[in-house]
Design a protein around this ligand. Sequence first.
Ligand code: SF4
Length: 410
Amino acid sequence: MRIVPARDGGLARLRLPGGQLSARAARAVAHAARTCGSGVIEVTNRANLQLRGIRDDAHAALVEIAFDAGLGPATASGDDLRNVMLSPLASDGTRALAARIVDALQADAALHALSPKFALQFDGGERLAMLGHPHDLWLAATDDGARFTFGLAGTMPLHAADAPAFGAIARGDVVAFVTRVLRRFLALATPEEHRMRDLLARVGVRHFLEALEFDADIAPWRRAPADATLRLGAHPEPQCATWYAGAQTALGRLDAATLDALADLADSFAHQHGDGHLVMTPWQSVLLPGISPHDTDEALQRLHALGLATDPREPFARLIACAGSAGCAKSRADTKADAHRLAPLLPAHDTAQVHLSGCERSCAAAHPVSATLLARAPGHYDLYRGECIVACNLTIEEAAERLARSHADA
Ligand code: SF4
């Protein structure tokens, strides 16, 4: 398990299978956050959890708690190979196949040399899915799940003008195919090439693919659009009689008491009482699945009472901020504190996302966001729309004014 130093102490990443976390494991994480760290828990933009402020003398205790809760990797150096993103609403069949991929990768010692940032996406075609994060390898169900299309170093094609998928493979060949792709990457990459895009820029896609077997005849395939607003509010679960309730954490953070309370909600609302679980999402939000349709209003009220946003127009459903200067030495501003100042000033009835980033690395948002405030100095930001800078050196109040003006003009 990886614990890296940060300005506010050790930062421990707990990888969750497709974002899923049982109520029992959630309570264990809350306990670990209290006893081993500062109590701050973050939902990451890959639907995992991070604990902040881990003390140097608490690493062993944290690892023991995580393994006892079933959150450890299958092999000592296999943790980073669990970097496979799924839809929060992935079906049991998709989750089972993804689990087989993760098991196979962890069991293959040759693959343990991959960079911890090497990322896979395994998509079942769900309507709630993060499609904006580029992945080193993505696979997406087609033909009712009988085949999976795939692509390298990018995102799935959504529109006619997007680069098409490279090919397709039969469902039964998926696990072996993923292993072959990753082994080929390691065989061809130089020590400086950690990501698929680095390798392909040098050797080209054609050369990479020539040793792999797949069906290349899938040119017209496009991924059906997804709807990110389905992460919030109450909605029926696909192919189930139950519903889920979704809510956004404020700037991706929870405290231990809130995670304990979410575990209690999961247990009390679960259709099969006492068997609750949570699902973390790549929007740094959380779903409470398995709810009776009669209980959805109460579930949303209880989530709201915990300080989570359940409506896309609420400020904390729209704001993203990286760790900022309190947690990261690279940050030029305290982005989290500034986002809290910005929240009440955001235009009401808008749903556009605003991202505050302490530096150019953009850790908090791997997907495109309507407006980015890039820190220039403490309390001062440049405002970007896409790649274009539209205003410089704004205070938080000036940024709010600019955002309100562009909302009114829209
Ligand atoms: S975006 Fe920059 S400042 Fe913010 S957490 Fe990442 S590295 Fe640190």
